[in-house]
Structures are given as structure tokens and as C-alpha cells.
Unconditional design. Structure first.
Length: 387
């Protein structure tokens, strides 16, 4: 449901993206609000209805942004890497390596999302009770909407925050994340069936929430049904480490090298590739043709460090990191393997797939040192269990 995503900002080193599905839903929300306002008893003018619809959309989707930022802040406070925030469909996704700090950290990162939405519901209700007219009605509607989504998002099944909270709880009680995944799969199946039943009832009663309930039912049931296969795959991947699958690292570009030289020597003939930027033997970021061009077009003599993206935006794993955790973190992107800050290799989902084929399927393809394909030629990797 995400579609293509577009980077719109970087806040505190965290890139912020919006997906095409989010743009479509935002536009639909504004249009439906406009129709509702024009059909109300007050009958505002076209200009007033458009302005109020836009205000409602800004407040609603601003609340969704706050929800995702809460995840990121909770992660950062626990020194957990956050790679990006992406707005998709009616919600979002915060890419944080929460499981690296144990079940307590994973629970807290998940919990603050619904908690922030619930807090917004209270704030909107207080404001709405003190505002008159259409603005007051819109704000009160937002209070009810946020209350609904806070409760919905707390349902203990993937891909909702409640599913991650249940995973962390079961993990903490049993001492096994594997057991936690299995519990979430079982609960997700049951609750997905319940959501499906409520969706049918809502549809028969001509309630507009039938679509969202039906969509969640589909997600929870499909994820729950595949959980055993995903757990089995994770067990197999856990038999290898990043060091087993990594490729030789790409050439490192000194942080002080002028961008014009970096473009000529490395980037121009490798459009789409990402190169590490090093300073004093340690990787401090990455650079690509796109990131270098933004700065180099204005001043090609600027150093490479001015055209790089922060290391936080690149998946980084340790050589001894198990492949099940490494694959969950890189999530289809190009990653680096660092050993105490030293660059020792590169890794992608395609590298993991080649290792899996050799280890468990007896297949051999183009060898471990061939760079992975990109774009339409890239091979899909097994998905995370919670998305």
C-alpha cells in the first residue's frame, strides 16, 4: 500500500518520506471533508469549505506525524538507530532497530505511538468543547477519530503497534523472541477474523469503517497464517552471520576529497551506487551521485563530507550479527558491515538470498562478490514479520 516514496525533509538526521498511497489518501480526505461541509446545514461557501477541509487534513495528518515521531523519539532516547520515517496509506512506518535493545525497549517504542494518538484525542476534545461553529465540530470529530485510531492501533496483531507490544510482552515473559512471534501470529489470526466479522456488520449497516476493518482483517490474517513459515525462515537465517554473506566493501571516499574528484573517480560511472565516506579511517556517512550532485552543482570544490548523507540513514550491521536480525534491519536496502567503526564489507538482501540458496537449496548463481542488482532487476527478500 506504500507505493513509491518521496523524501520531503530531514529532521534531527532522520529522513522523512511520503508515499504515493499517503498522498492519495490525503487528497481523498480533503475532498470528502469538503463534500461533507458543503452538504451541512451551515452550507459554507466553496472557499470556506476548502479552507476548513484543508485545516482538518493538516490537523489529522499532523497527528499521524506526531504518532510516528513519538516512535522515533522513544527509540533515540534509548540509543536505538532510526533509519527513516515514511508516511503510507492512513498511517506511517518508523524504521527503528527496536529489537536490538531487548523486549522492554521494543515495547516502549511501540507503546508511545497509540499513547500519543490517545493524548491527541484528549487535546482535540478539550479544544473542540471550547470552539464554536464548524471549526469546533471539525476538532471534535478529530477527537473521535484519534480515539478510534488509538484503540485500533493497540489491537495486538501485526502490523499494528499492539502487535509489537504483544511481541515484546511474550518475548519478555518467555525469554524467546521466537515464541513472541508465534504468539502474535496466533492472536493475530483470531483478532483478524473478529475484525473481518465486524467489517461485514459495518458494511451491512452502511458504516464507512467497514473498509478499514476489512483491510486490517486481511493484513492480520495473512500475516498470522504465514508466521510459522516466517519463523522457520528466521531459524535458518540465524545459522549465518553478516560476515558469511558480505561482499568486499565499495571504495571509500575520503571526507576531504573535493566533490568534483569524487564524481569523476567514483560516482559518475556508478549512478545509483552508494559509497562510504571515511575520516581518519572511520566511516562517517555515505555518498551517491544524487546526494553529491545537490551540493556539487553549486560548488564542485566542496569536500565530500558536505555532499554525504549521515550514517544513520544507511543500514549498518556488525560482522557477527545473525542474518535474521540483519535482514530485518536492511529491509531490501544496501547496507554496510562495520567492525568497531571500520568498514569491512557491504551487504544487501540479495547477498543473503544467495547465501540461503547455497546453504539450503544447493543452488549457485553469480558468486558472492558480484554487486546486487537494483531497480526492476532486484530480487525480493523475505519480508519482516510485522509488515
Amino acid at each position: 500500500m506504500g507505493g513509491k516514496r518521496y523524501r520531503v525533509a530531514t529532521v534531527a538526521g532522520i529522513p522523512f518520506y511520503v508515499g504515493t498511497s499517503w498522498l492519495i489518501i490525503a487528497g481523498l480526505y480533503v475532498y470528502l471533508q469538503y463534500l461533507r461541509l458543503r452538504g451541512s446545514a451551515v452550507q459554507p461557501s466553496d472557499a470556506e469549505a476548502i479552507a476548513l477541509a484543508l485545516l482538518g487534513a493538516v490537523l489529522f495528518f499532523g497527528g499521524v506525524v506526531i504518532h510516528e515521531v513519538a516512535h522515533a523519539v522513544a527509540a533515540r532516547l534509548q540509543d536505538i538507530p532510526v533509519a527513516a520515517i515514511t508516511m503510507v496509506f492512513w498511517g506511517g512506518a518508523t524504521e527503528a532497530k527496536a529489537s536490538s535493545k531487548g523486549p522492554g525497549a521494543e515495547f516502549l517504542v511501540a507503546f508511545v505511538g497509540p499513547a500519543s494518538t490517545l493524548a491527541l484525542a484528549g487535546i482535540f476534545w478539550v479544544l473542540g468543547e471550547n470552539l464554536d461553529g464548524l471549526i469546533g465540530a471539525i476538532v471534535r470529530d478529530l477527537a473521535r477519530l484519534n480515539l478510534f485510531f488509538a484503540g485500533l492501533n493497540a489491537i495486538p496483531g501485526f502490523p499494528l503497534d499492539g502487535g509489537r507490544m504483544l511481541l515484546a510482552t511474550a518475548w519478555g515473559v518467555s525469554g524467546s523472541r521466537r515464541t513472541g512471534l508465534r504468539v502474535v501470529g496466533w492472536v493475530g489470526l483470531a483478532l483478524g477474523a473478529a475484525c473481518g466479522a465486524f467489517a461485514v456488520i459495518a458494511f451491512s449497516n452502511q458504516n464507512d469503517w467497514w473498509f478499514i476493518l476489512g483491510y486490517l482483517a486481511f493484513l492480520m490474517i495473512s500475516t498470522g497464517r504465514s508466521m510459522e513459515q516466517r519463523i522457520a525462515l528466521r531459524d535458518q537465517l540465524a545459522q549465518g552471520t553478516a560476515a558469511d554473506v558480505m561482499r568486499p566493501p565499495p571504495p571509500a571516499i575520503p571526507a576531504t576529497m573535493p566533490l568534483v574528484d569524487a564524481l569523476d573517480r567514483y560516482l559518475r560511472d556508478a549512478d545509483g551506487a552508494v559509497f562510504p565516506v571515511v575520516d581518519g579511517g572511520r566511516v562517517i556517512g555515505t555518498i551517491s551521485m544524487a546526494s553529491a550532485r545537490k551540493v556539487g552543482a553549486r560548488d564542485p570544490m566542496r569536500p565530500a563530507r558536505d555532499g554525504m548523507t549521515s550514517l544513520a540513514e544507511t543500514p549498518v550491521v556488525a560482522p557477527d550479527e545473525k542474518l535474521d536480525d540483519a535482514l530485518e534491519w536492511i529491509a531490501g536496502r544496501q547496507g554496510l558491515v562495520l567492525d568497531d567503526g571500520r568498514l569491512v564489507g557491504a551487504i544487501s538482501g540479495r547477498d543473503v538470498e544467495r547465501w540461503y540458496q547455497r546453504r539450503f537449496e544447493g543452488r549457485f548463481d553469480d558468486g558472492p562478490n558480484v554487486a546486487p542488482p537494483t531497480g526492476d532487476n532486484a530480487v525480493a527478500v523475505p519480508p519482516r514479520p510485522d509488515v
